[in-house]
Design a protein around this ligand. Structure first.
Ligand code: NAP
Length: 282
């Protein structure tokens, strides 16, 4: 599968590693670090975190995992909307860099839209980019109206990614957000591509059509679900997997190619909503 390249970034595989609910418990840390490091070994260079995750615990755990390997990773973090003022964004970024043990982020996102301070956030992102603290910036959970507003701001057209809920069971963005992002070369980062909880993941992976396609491709249902999310080149997927067997399995999705018959079968089993819906978010 091809790599993707964000503005000012190097090319990395379009499958990354999410880290929500990681770094929260000391007892799990060694296993989580082993999972992330295995992911790096397997080419899953993009690691997604946020100041919110574990109240900074996820970033600290990643900092430990990347000791001596920072240059192998493509690091993405997010500022909380409550911190996203002109000065607050810069201070939040500095705290994230400290926890991560690095002096730059490859990509910095606004976690979700909450206030009318978007112009300040964009201004702070541009300041951070000029200082070299971030290589690129983007947004998360932005609908089309939010995106339009963003690009109309001074410097706002430098937005390079929108991280949104997207997977076989959540296809609402295909109506307007995905085409808008494609036309502007804004990368879509699909979160929860396998589902948003262990029970929803289990249910999805047990679906008949997914199992049938997986059997034909000599792959697993999880690999097919991830390969489906990545079928369009402008999309990156960031499943979270704290178990090494899941990391290994997910990395295998990079070599699964779905053909038209596979895509038709999945489309019939998991249709996009019949009309545009408001953006779903977790
Ligand atoms: P999640 O629901 O926390 O975790 C996914 C679940 O799938 C975990 O239980 C994981 O198990 C399991 N899993 C992973 N690979 C599997 C496999 N091959 N087979 C069976 N189960 C598997 O995370 P998520 O909802 O996927 O979210 C992914 C990432 O997106 C987050 O970690 C975060 O970085 C980002 N995110 C962003 C936003 C946002 O607002 N921007 C919102 C939600 C998520 P194990 O962990 O036990 O391996």
């Amino acid at each position: 599968m091809d790599a993707f390249k964000l503005p000012n970034g190097r090319a990395v595989a379009r499958l990354g590693q999410g880290t929500w609910r990681m770094g929260e418990q000391r007892a799990r840390r060694a296993d989580e670090i082993a999972a992330l490091r295995l992911g790096l070994d397997l080419g899953l260079a993009l690691i997604d975190t946020a100041e919110m995750y574990g109240d900074g615990g996820s970033e600290e755990m990643i900092g430990e995992a990347l000791a001596g390997r920072r240059d192998e990773a493509y690091l993405v973090s997010k500022v909380l909307p409550t911190n996203a003022s002109r000065h607050g964004t810069i201070a939040a970024c500095e705290r994230s860099l400290e926890r991560l043990g690095t002096d730059y982020l490859d990509l910095y996102l606004l976690h979700w839209r909450q206030s009318e301070r978007l112009a300040e956030t964009v201004d702070a992102f541009e300041t951070l980019a000029k200082k070299g603290s971030i290589r690129a910036w983007g947004v998360s959970n932005f609908d089309r109206a939010d995106l339009e507003e963003c690009v109309a701001l001074p410097g706002g057209d430098m937005v390079s990614a929108n991280q949104v809920l997207y997977g076989l069971e959540h296809r609402g963005i295909e109506w307007d957000i995905a085409p808008w992002c494609r036309s502007r070369e804004v990368t879509i980062m699909a979160y929860s591509p396998l589902g948003s909880s262990s029970s929803s993941v289990r249910r999805l992976l047990g679906e008949r059509a997914l199992k049938a396609v997986a059997e034909r491709r000599a792959a697993t249902p999880a690999q097919v679900a991830l390969a489906w999310t990545l079928r369009n080149p402008g999309v990156v997927a960031i499943p979270k997997a704290a178990r090494i067997e899941h990391v290994r399995e997910n990395a295998g999705a990079l070599s699964v190619d779905l053909d038209d018959a596979d895509l038709r079968e999945l489309d019939a089993a998991f249709p996009a909503p019949p009309r545009g819906t408001s953006l779903e978010m977790l």
